[in-house]
Every structure is written in C-alpha cells, then in structure tokens.
Design a protein around this ligand. Structure first.
Ligand code: ADP
Ligand code: MG
Length: 698
C-alpha cells in the first residue's frame, strides 16, 4: 500500500470536515503527508517542577499544588479570573480571560491539581494563562508520560477542535499501522555509510519516541533526508545547465569601463567594492554563466558595483538591464545611473508599468536594434514584448522580492542565459544561500563608504511619545527629515490602515507647521509617486508610511526613522527600515516604539537592533529566532522552505555532509539510473510533483 495515495479522510477520527481543514491549513492530503507532519517540540512531562525553577526559556512547566483562592479582576469585557496557586513554597497566578463561570464551577480550592502551561511574563512576574488542569489521578504517573509531541496547528484548526492533542490522537493508530515496515526512501548504502536509522523506525519515533536516544536518531535521519534531497535536486539541475549552456565570455575591459573609472567616478571605491568588482570580472570571463549573489548592507554602494559590471558587458558588445521591485526604486536607479554616467555616451532607458504604450514603442525598438545599452525597470522588463538584441547581464536588485518564476523569465531573454547578478541588503546566511541556490557564488560588500556615522537606535515604550515629539521637532528645525513607519503587513488589513491614517492625523495636530507626506500600498501609483517626490525634494519634512518605503529609497537628508508597533516587524525588516536613514553625513537615529507587553523573542529582537548595525549579525540572529521558514525572502521567493525538520541555523554541518554525498552520487550517476540509485530518482520525482516550485529553482 502506498501511503501517499491514502486519503486522510478515511483515517479513524478524521472524516471529511477535518480532512478539509488539514488540506487547507497545512497542505496535508494523504496519510504520508500526515506522517511527515513532524512535531515541532516535545514536552518532557516526566517530572514536576517547582515554581522557583520557572525561567523565560521554558516552553512549558508542569507543577503540582493547590489553588488558595479565586479573584475576579476588572469589569465587563475586560474582566478576568485569577486563581492564586501554590506549590507549597511559592505562589503564581493562574489567569483566565474567558469561560470564567465554567472554571469557577469546575475547580475548587484546597484540592491537589497538576497544572501544565506555558509561562507568560507580564508586569515583572510570571503567570500561567489558561492552563491545563488535571487531578493527579487523571494522569499516568509522570515517568510514563514521557515525551509528549506538539504539533503545529492554525487558529482556524483550533477553533474546530483540531488542536495538537487531536492530531496526536489521529496519528497514533496510523503510526501503529506502519510499525511492520514501509518502503525506504534512501538507498541502503547511504543508511549504512552515515549510520542512519531506517525510515520506519524514524517515523515511529519522531511521533512517539520510545526514549530520548531514539528520538535523536530519528531526527538525525529525517533531517539528513530532507537536506539531502534538496541538494540532490539543485545539484542535478545545476549540472544539467552546465552541460547545456555556455556562458558568454566577457574577455576584455574596454573603453566604457576605463573611461568611467578614470573620469566619471565621483569618489574612491571602497576596498570591498573593488574586491567584488574583481570577483565579477573573473566570473564573467570564465566561460561559465555567472550566477552571483551580491550581499551588502544598506548604503554599502551596491548600485555602483552593478553599474561597473554592466559597463563590462557593454564593452564586450552586450546589453544589460536592472530589475528593481518597485517603481520608486527603479526610478531612483535610473536617476542615479544617469547622473553617474553623465555624458559618457551610453543610452539608458526606464521601463515601468506607468510608461505609456506610446513611449514604450521606441524603447522596444531600440532594445531590438541594439541602440539601447542599459534598460532599468520593474517587472515590466519580463513582459514578452521586451526583446533584447543581445542581453549579456541581468542585475536583480533586492532579489528576495521576486519570485522564482519571474527570475527564470529573465533568463530566457537571450539564446544563452545572460550572466546574473542578484543584489540584496538582507544578507542570507551561508547555509541558507547554499540550500536555496545550488551553485550560487556569493560576494560580500562588508564595508560602508567612509564618513558615515553609525545610526543610533533606541527602544522606547509608548510613554516616551511626548519626548519623542520634541526630538522630532528639533531635528526638523535643524533641517532634517523624518520617517514614521506603521505596520501594514497585509495590504488588506483595514485596522492597520486606520492606524496609519490616525497616525497621520496625530502628526498633523502635533506639528501644524510642518508638511507631511503619507504613502501606503493602497494609493494609486501616481499618487504614491507624488507623495514620495515631495519628500525626496524636501518639500515635506515628515513621511508617514507603511513598509512600502522599506526597499532602497534614498533620501540622504532624512535622519530619523520612527517605527511604530515595532514588535510587529521581523528583524530583517526592522534593519531594512532603519537603513533608510544614515545615508548622509549627519548623525541619524532609529526609534523603535512598542507596547509594554512583549514576548521574550520580541524583546530579544529589540535588544539586537539597539546593540548592532551589522546586517550579517542581524540575519544570523533572525535565522536563530524565527527559523528559515519565516526569513524575509524565503517566503516571497517561492522557494520550498518550509523546511520540515532541518534547521539551517543549527544543521549547517549536516547540510554540508548531505551536499557532499549528493555531489558524489551525481558525479558518478547524474541521471540516477543505476540500480542502487533508482530509489532516489523516484523519490525526487515524487518530491518535485508534490512540493510547490521544487522543479523550478535554480
Ligand atoms: P545600496 O547598497 O544600499 O544599494 P547605494 O548603491 O544606493 O547603496 O549607495 C548608497 C549611497 O552611497 C549612494 O548615494 C552612492 O552614491 C554612495 N556611494 C556608493 N559608493 C560610494 C563610495 N565608494 N564612496 C562614497 N559614496 C559612495
Ligand atoms: Mg540599493
């Protein structure tokens, strides 16, 4: 029986309604999918804790003790029920916001209970909110409870009682049924070589670990399998590409590059810029197609590097283009390249969604006949009507904003794929880069142009708003400009838009004499552009905006970035936003405003932001705190992550081992046709059909 064909609908305890939810919320359709829905943690219920042992790092605590008394606190909707609970030594508050009369009815003072809950830190002390409470007689003895699996669910699932416990219940009989053995997905020789647990035992123990040691072995095996197949897939594609395409050879450095370097460059290149340009030169002369990621913190001067790479392309008879994620950014690139290039005699054009059909015509024409050297634009570049005479280099700015599909369309703009340079200010940790892109080379600009003052970052609670307003006033009085950013993560969220608009009204009241721009994603492009331009030109002093201003915008005179509800932003995003200031010679400031009530992770995020300006440190921390599934970039890029079990922050070593193993196998049998390798060929096929976008990653 093939578990991947077994519809979950027919599993005991599931039925059509739950099956539907599992499919919609977690993409679980078959029994196999369900088995591959691993617990995200295990709680050791094998012992009781004392209240004095509580720490912030604990995901859960299990305590034995009694309720001393109940208290109702607050009025109406805000009313909550508090129970003072003691373990005989210390006390803690149990808190309920809902179901108060039910709780009062069910639990009594002076009876021994086992309380199990995630501790919350609030107002300087811990409490336990909506705890699980059982009589000790209702539970097995702790040493038999062992490791309890916890599964990811969604809000919708929980509302339909499809919580972690329910998933555990559904999985139990399924896991029993596979104990007799299911087909292996890795070849025997790999299991042997790396002493890996077989698939059956791994799946059994990942859900219901017999002991900690077997759980560890199960995790190892499943992590290896996951990383291995990702590598096998990417490396196989890379090999295939290398065999089928030759890269253009940019053999010479010619007139334009040299003239620009000698006569047009307005400042000395930083050493890091020089090094990266050298790396690119070597790459594009090698005969292999370049596929290079350029990482450099905001303001490190990536645009100039891109320009010099484009000049190399032009010197070798090719055209080049830059694709930027937003119209504002493309327009800015166009303006700054025009200024850099002055009268050097190159022909550049801007192509965005708002360029009229009439104005497009000559651009298309000049691209086809080769008169146009450089095209700058948004995703309008990938439309079919855009045909180059001889495209040699594609630069993609802030690459995480583009999907895989869009990127691969650019590839097809010439007979042989052009060289690709993707630039990002959101550094991707090495392990992640390796996982996402098989053969991607990485260049790093790890140095800012001289004379920049590091941005000073502060974390304030709401109560500092008055002082902050005075500070803003002072900055504007000395001629600086100010950003105020509001979270509007989903452009559809009404309440967020209201916050932004009332924030705008508030600023108008507080600063009646200043001019204020407001920008958000719901505005028409022309209106957005108009508001932006007013800020860029200095006509408005304050810009109230959502994250639409996050990427790339350059207003060197802006010296203050205020981020409202900073707790709602991820680290990389905060860092990106902060990068909008600190671009001129003046001292710049970033103010993170938050609520009082912050979770552990949020407080850590604020601390990291205050402590460091180093984008690489921040992205590593982001990876540790959030896991790669949430990392800026991996979601939008359409890459399959969603790693199910491996953790790129911790499993870098295993990733390298898996990669090396995959490489050796492909070296010897690229198509995986040998008998002992067939199992991998079929598993790979299966993954490609089942995993979104797996087939098209490069
Ligand atoms: P980013 O890497 O964030 O894209 P930009 O390319 O926009 O950064 O550069 C930021 C600013 O620094 C621009 O105004 C650019 O002209 C300037 N710049 C770039 N390189 C240098 C340099 N070597 N010395 C001084 N200023 C530079
Ligand atoms: Mg940039």
């Amino acid at each position: 029986m093939d578990l991947s064909y077994q519809d979950i609908k027919f599993l005991p305890g599931v039925g059509p309604k739950k099956a539907d939810l599992l499919a919609k919320e977690l993409d679980i359709h078959s029994a196999e999918d369900l088995l591959r829905h691993y617990p995200y943690k295990y709680i050791d219920r094998s012992r009781f804790y004392y209240l004095h042992e509580i720490s912030e790092e604990m995901p859960f605590i299990q305590v034995k003790g009694q309720i001393i008394r109940f208290e109702k606190v607050g009025e109406g909707l805000k009313q909550r029920l508090v129970a003072i609970f003691t373990d005989g030594r210390d006390t803690i508050e149990l808190v309920w916001f809902k179901g108060i009369s039910f709780i009062l009815d069910k639990y009594k003072t002076g009876i021994e209970y086992v309380v199990f809950c995630k501790p919350t830190y609030f107002n300087g002390k811990f409490n336990l909110q909506h705890p699980e409470i059982d009589l000790p007689s209702q539970l097995p003895p702790p040493e038999q409870m062992g490791l309890q699996p916890f599964y990811n669910t969604s809000e919708k699932m929980k509302n339909s009682f499809l919580n972690s416990k329910m998933i555990q219940k559904i999985l139990f009989p399924l896991v029993q049924s596979i104990r007799s053995g299911i087909p292996e997905t890795l070849p025997g020789y790999l299991l042997q070589k790396f002493a890996l647990l077989n698939l059956t035992d791994s799946l059994v123990n990942i859900h219901f670990p017999k002991n900690a040691d077997l759980l560890k072995k199960a995790r190892q095996r499943l992590k290896f399998e996951e990383l291995f197949y990702i590598q096998l897939n990417i490396l196989q594609q890379t090999k295939w590409r290398d065999q089928h395409f030759r890269g253009f050879v940019f053999g010479q450095i010619g007139h334009y590059f040299n003239a620009f370097y000698k006569d047009y460059l307005p400042f000395e290149l930083t050493n890091a810029q020089k090094r990266v340009i050298r790396e690119i030169r070597v790459d594009v002369a090698s005969g292999r197609q370049m596929n290079r990621l350029l990482q450099g913190d905001v303001g490190s001067g990536k645009t100039l590097v891109a320009l010099m790479a484009m000049l190399i392309a032009i010197d070798n008879g090719f055209q080049a283009c830059i694709m930027a994620p937003t119209e504002i950014l493309a327009t800015q690139h166009f303006a700054s390249l025009k200024e850099f290039l002055g009268d050097i005699g190159l022909n550049i054009a801007l192509l965005t969604g708002s360029v009229t059909a009439k104005k497009r015509e000559p651009i298309h024409e000049q691209l086809r006949n080769g008169e146009l050297n450089i095209l700058i634009g948004t995703h309008a570049l990938i439309e079919d009507a855009v045909q180059f005479k001889n495209l040699g280099l594609v630069v993609i700015d802030e690459q995480h904003r583009f999907g895989v599909e869009q990127r691969s369309k650019l590839w097809k703009k010439n007979v042989n794929p052009p060289h690709i340079l993707v630039m990002t200010a959101t550094p991707i940790p090495r392990t992640l880069a390796m996982t996402l892109y098989g053969d991607l080379s990485v260049s790093v600009i790890d140095e800012l142009p001289p004379g920049r003052k590091p941005i000073q970052t502060y974390h304030y609670y709401e109560n500092k708003r008055q002082g902050l307003n005075q500070f803003i006033a002072k900055q504007v009085q000395v001629g600086r400009q100010v950003y105020i950013v509001y979270p509007l993560i989903q452009e559809s969220e009404k309440s967020d838009l209201q916050n932004l608009e009332s924030g705008y009204e508030y600023m108008r009241e507080v600063f009646p004499n200043y001019k204020i721009s407001m920008v958000h994603g719901k505005l028409k492009p022309a209106e957005k552009e108009y508001q932006m331009q007013k800020f860029v030109s200095g006509e408005t002093q304050i810009m109230v905006a959502t994250t639409v201003i996050e990427v790339g915008v350059n207003v060197p005179n802006a010296s203050v970035m205020v981020i409202e509800s900073a707790q709602r932003f991820g680290l990389s995003q905060l860092h990106q936003l902060r990068g909008r200031v600190g671009r001129g010679a003046e001292q710049s400031f970033c103010i993170l405003l938050t609520d009082y009530k912050l979770g552990v992770d949020t407080r850590k995020r604020m601390e990291i932001m205050v402590r460091t300006n180093d984008g690489f440190e921040i992205s590593e921390a982001d990876l540790r705190l959030r896991g790669p599934g949430d990392l800026e970039g991996t979601q939008q890029s359409g890459v399959p992550f969603e790693l199910k079990i491996a953790n790129l922050a911790q499993d870098g070593r295993m990733l390298e081992i898996a990669r090396k193993a995959a490489m050796e196998i492909l070296e010897d049998d690229m198509k995986l046709e040998k008998n002992e390798n067939r199992v991998m060929a079929s598993q790979l096929r299966k993954l490609k059909t089942n995993t979104l976008n797996w087939g098209s990653i490069s």
